[in-house]
Design a protein around this ligand. Structure first.
Ligand code: ME8
Length: 517
C-alpha cells in the first residue's frame, strides 16, 4: 500500500482501547482486540517491526465507586481486574508487545509531563465548571440534555439524577483548534475510518468546539495535576496519554519513540470523538504529531442489545472459545460482519461457519490432499514440475492472494480479506474434483504427483495468509504441510519446499459441532 498509515516504513505501531476496569471483560472487548491482533500479526508476517499495545484504564470516579462497593481499595480492585483483562488477552491469543495500566508510575509521569507541556504552551487555564452533573455517569449535561421525572431532574440519556454543580476546573483551549482540526482532516483523508465516523466527527467539529474541562476536584482516584493537588486529571486526558507512555514519553530520545506517530488506533465507534478530536488537539498543542489513523469498529449486539458491563449482558469470550474453539471464534468474529458495521452475535451462525467454511471447505481440502500424499507418494512431497495450463488456473489466483489480503487488511477490511481467501479455498475444492488425482494413480502417476504438488502449494499459501486469523490451527496445518517454523512469513512463499520433504499423517484441523435447535 502506498498510504503512510499502512506502514510503508518498516515500523508499525497499533493499539487497542485501554479497557475500563469496572466489570469483567466480555466478547465486545475481545472483538476489538482480536481485530487489532490480526492486523499486528499480519504486519509481522509481512516483515514489519510491530509494536502492539493494549491495557487497562484504571482511574475515575466510577472505578473508585466500584471498588468501594466491593469493599476493597481502588488499588487492590484494579490490580485484581487488570489481571483478569490481561489473562483474557493472553488466552484469546492477543500478541501484545506491552500491556499498559494507567496506575503505573511510568504513566503518571507521562501524563504530568504532557500536562506541563500543554500548560507551558498556554493551552490550559483555571476556571469554573458549572452544569448539571450526574455522579452515576461521571458526566456534565447541558440544559437540553436533562428533564424532570417524578419531580427530580435527571439526564434524559441515562435517567441518572443530576445536580447543579459548580467546581473549579482546569480547561484546555479546545475552541482554538476547530479550524486546525478541520484542516488536518482535509489534508489526511485516511485519518478516520470508516466513512460514517469521518462524517460524524467532521460535522461535530464544524459545529464549533468549546473549551474542555480537563480536571476534577470531586474525587481523588486519578493522576494529580502538577502543582495543584486539589485536582486530578480528567480521565480521558489520562487515558489517551497511554499511547505515548508506552513509547517512553516524555523521553523522546529512546529508540521506541520512533514508533510514534501510531499507524492505527483501533477503537469502538462510541469513543471516536475522544480519539479523533481531543487526542489530535492535545498532541498538536503539545507539539507532537497526531496519529495516522483511527479505525472505529461497530457494536456487537446480542439479540439486538449492545453488550456492556453496566448492562451485565456480556458474553464471556473464554467460555465461547471453549465451546467453539478459539480459532473458529476469532474467524467468525471477523468473517460474519463487515468490519466497521454493527452486527449480532449468533451461536447458530458460528456453528454454521465452523461446519461449512472451516471443517468442510478448508479442513477437508487439506485432509484430502495430505492423505493422498501420504497414501500415494509415501508421505513425501512430490517434485515441482513446470506448470500446465490446468496448474496455472489454480496457481495464478494462489500467487495473487497474499497481495489481495494485504490490501484488504491494510484498510481493516478483515471480512473482505477472508472472502478473498475463501475464493481460493473454493477454487481448490473444485480444482481437485476436476483433476481427480485419486484416479490418476494407475493411469498417470506423474501427473498425479504434479497435481498434488500444486495443491500443496495452494494449501501452504492458504495456511500462511490465515495465520493471523487462526494462529493455533494454521500453525498445526503448516506442521502437517511440512513447513518449518522459520519458513512461515509471506516472503518465504517464494521459496518452494524441497522435493521429498517428509509429511506426517494428517489429522483433522477442525471439529464440527452438531447444530442444536
Ligand atoms: O471506553 N461491541 O473503555 P471500555 C464492539 N476506557 N466493541 C465493544 C463492545 C461491543 N458491544 N463493547 C466494548 C473505554 N467494545 C475507555 C477507552 S482508550 C484511550 C480509553 C470495545 O471498557 C470497543 O472497542 O468501555 C469499545 O470502544 C471499547 O471496548 C470500550 O471499552
Amino acid at each position: 500500500m502506498s498510504e503512510a498509515w499502512a506502514g510503508d516504513g518498516k515500523r508499525f505501531f497499533l493499539t487497542t482501547p485501554i479497557y475500563y476496569l469496572n466489570g469483567q471483560p466480555h466478547i465486545g472487548h475481545a472483538y476489538t482486540s482480536i481485530a487489532a491482533d490480526v492486523l499486528a500479526r499480519w504486519k509481522r508476517l509481512a516483515g514489519h517491526e510491530v509494536f502492539f499495545l493494549t491495557g487497562t484504564d484504571e482511574h475515575g470516579q466510577k472505578v473508585a465507586q466500584a471498588a468501594a462497593a466491593a469493599g476493597v481499595s481502588p488499588q487492590q480492585f484494579t490490580d485484581d481486574l487488570a489481571a483478569d483483562f490481561r489473562g483474557m488477552a493472553e488466552k484469546i491469543g492477543i500478541s501484545f508487545d506491552d500491556f499498559i495500566r494507567t496506575t503505573e508510575a511510568r504513566h503518571k509521569a507521562a501524563c504530568q509531563a504532557l500536562w506541563k507541556k500543554l500548560a507551558d504552551a498556554g493551552q490550559i487555564y483555571l476556571g469554573h465548571y458549572e452544569g448539571w452533573y450526574a455522579v452515576r455517569d461521571e458526566a456534565f449535561y447541558g440544559e437540553d440534555e436533562i428533564e424532570e421525572r417524578d419531580g427530580k431532574k435527571v439526564a434524559i440519556a441515562s435517567g441518572a439524577p443530576v445536580e447543579w454543580t459548580r467546581e473549579p476546573s482546569y480547561f484546555f483551549r479546545l475552541s482554538e483548534w476547530t479550524d486546525r482540526l478541520l484542516a488536518f482532516y482535509e489534508a489526511n483523508p485516511d485519518f478516520m475510518a470508516p466513512i460514517s465516523t469521518q462524517r460524524e466527527v467532521t460535522a461535530f467539529v464544524r459545529a464549533g468546539l468549546q473549551d474542555l474541562s480537563v480536571s476534577r476536584t470531586s474525587f481523588t482516584w486519578g493522576v494529580p495535576v502538577p502543582g495543584d493537588d486539589a485536582h486530578v486529571m480528567y480521565v480521558w486526558l489520562d487515558a489517551l496519554t497511554n499511547y505515548i507512555t508506552a513509547l517512553g514519553y516524555p523521553d523522546t530520545s529512546l529508540a521506541k519513540w520512533d514508533f510514534w506517530p501510531a499507524n492505527v488506533h483501533m477503537v469502538g465507534k462510541e469513543i471516536t470523538r475522544f480519539h479523533c478530536v481531543y487526542w489530535p488537539a492535545f498532541l498538536m498543542a503539545a507539539g507532537l504529531e497526531p496519529p495516522k489513523r483511527v479505525y472505529a469498529n461497530g457494536w456487537l449486539t446480542i439479540e439486538g442489545q449492545k453488550m456492556s458491563k453496566s448492562l451485565g449482558n456480556g458474553l464471556d469470550p473464554l467460555l465461547l472459545a471453549e465451546e467453539f474453539g478459539l480459532d473458529p471464534l476469532r474467524y467468525y468474529l471477523l468473517r460474519e460482519v463487515p468490519f466497521g458495521n454493527d452486527g449480532d452475535f449468533s451461536r447458530r451462525a458460528v456453528i454454521g461457519r465452523l461446519n461449512s467454511e472451516l471443517a468442510n471447505d478448508l479442513g477437508n481440502l487439506a485432509n484430502r490432499v495430505l492423505s493422498l500424499i501420504v497414501k500415494n507418494c509415501e508421505g513425501r512431497l512430490p517434485a515441482l514440475t513446470p506448470p500446465t495450463d490446468a496448474d496455472r488456473a489454480l496457481l495464478g489466483p494462489v500467487e495473487a492472494l497474499p497481495g489481495q489480503v494485504d490490501e484488504a487488511i491494510s484498510r481493516q477490511a478483515f471480512g473482505e480479506a477472508l472472502e478473498r481467501i475463501w475464493v481460493v479455498v473454493r477454487l481448490g475444492n473444485s480444482w481437485i474434483d476436476g483433476q481427480k488425482p485419486w484416479a490418476l494413480r494407475k493411469t498417470d502417476p506423474e501427473r498425479m504427483a504434479a497435481v498434488l504438488r500444486s495443491l500443496h502449494t495452494a494449501l501452504r499459501t492458504l495456511a500462511t495468509v490465515l495465520q493471523p486469523f487462526m494462529p493455533g490451527t494454521m500453525g498445526a496445518m503448516l506442521d502437517q504441510l511440512g513447513v518449518g517454523q522459520g519458513a512461515r512469513a509471506l516472503s518465504d512463499l517464494s521459496a518452494p519446499l524441497a522435493e521429498g520433504t517428509e509429511l506426517p499423517a494428517p489429522v483433522p484441523l477442525f471439529r464440527k459441532i452438531e447444530e442444536t435447535a
